[in-house]
Design a protein around this ligand. Sequence first.
Ligand SMILES: Nc1nc2c(ncn2[C@@H]2O[C@H](COP(=O)(O)OP(=O)(O)OP(=O)(O)O)[C@@H](O)[C@H]2O)c(=O)[nH]1
Ligand SMILES: [Mg+2]
Length: 375
Amino acid sequence: MDDSAVSADRVRAGDARATARLISMIEREDPSRLAVLKALHAYGGKAHVVGITGPPGAGKSTLTDKLVGDLRGRGRKVAVIAVDPSSPFTGGAILGDRIRMQRHATDDGVYIRSLATRGHLGGLSRAASEAVRVLDAAGYDDVIIETVGVGQSEVDIVRIADTVVLVSVPGLGDDIQAIKAGVMEIGDVFCVNKADKDGAERVVREIRAMLETAVLNGAATRFTPLFEARSALRGDAGNAGGATEAVASRGPAEQGAFHHITAQATGHPNLEIPPVVKTVAETGEGIGPLVDEIKAHEAALAATGFLRSRREANLAWELGRGAAQRVLSELERDESRETLAELARSVLDRGIDYYDALDALEDAMKRTQRAATTA
Ligand SMILES: Nc1nc2c(ncn2[C@@H]2O[C@H](COP(=O)(O)OP(=O)(O)OP(=O)(O)O)[C@@H](O)[C@H]2O)c(=O)[nH]1
Ligand SMILES: [Mg+2]
């Protein structure tokens, strides 16, 4: 098959080769991908997009492999995108992932793919968004994106995923603490993997304590708006009620699976924090409960209407970034460079000031744009 044979129909019909080709076109920014992406647009928006992120070697790929197995058992079609910004095409990690996930290779309800780009800034993030849209339109019920790194990762998983699973492990040492405190705010579901190792219970306690503190301080976390939307739905004050309300007296059904009460660190018996799940990815221990929490989060997003709000905010952000990239590539054109140099000379010669130069540049770009649209 060559690229010209790649069509929306083929992708939607579950043709894995067409899907693979299309994602390769996305990786190398082939302009001919756009027609196919546009034709797929109408069919998207159904998949649950799950981000798996955490420090290198935390067991994200092993975990993802087990998640795939569990979700398949629930009758869902699953796609996985493994993003590796550091090792384009040749990375050992990617090879490892392929081998690790090989057992799904013959299952046509599973699609696994690593993603890399030639690496100008923002390229990988754009590619990841586009690949997610393709797999969504191709009919995968769950699209899992694995990204290495926490916070500083080039692919902003927080902007792509409906549900972010933040993976931690015991034994990372104290230097990771400072990083952890910040990244705690990006997770929806927290996973402590390698629970077979010493110190797992301590990591669980630390994470819960950090989450409790964040909630009590009214920190702007990723999960705060969902918690608020849910307590509004229930008609109570949730955590905003000073965490003193008798949440614990509600039955499990009312609380929902995604409802956690803890008194551990702070002594507030009814404080609600996100789930913290212990797993041993290698043996599959804890995977069922982890999937339950991921799915409960999806259900909570849907029930509160917050799924739509989150997607709207993400898309608005992505549109802004796309627009900025268009401006940047416009500025790279020879004509633009010449205009920039001319303006720079005028500023140096004290002809105009820096701000006049910026205004003049904006005008020049608008003129080019108008010329382009009327041409
Ligand atoms: N003891 C133990 N080892 C595990 C567990 N899960 C994964 N590992 C091991 O940890 C190592 C790293 O696992 P990966 O799944 O490749 O980790 P990763 O987070 O995907 O790594 P990168 O993608 O390179 O960041 C491998 O040797 C796994 O076998 C676990 O639950 N317990
Ligand atoms: Mg990995």
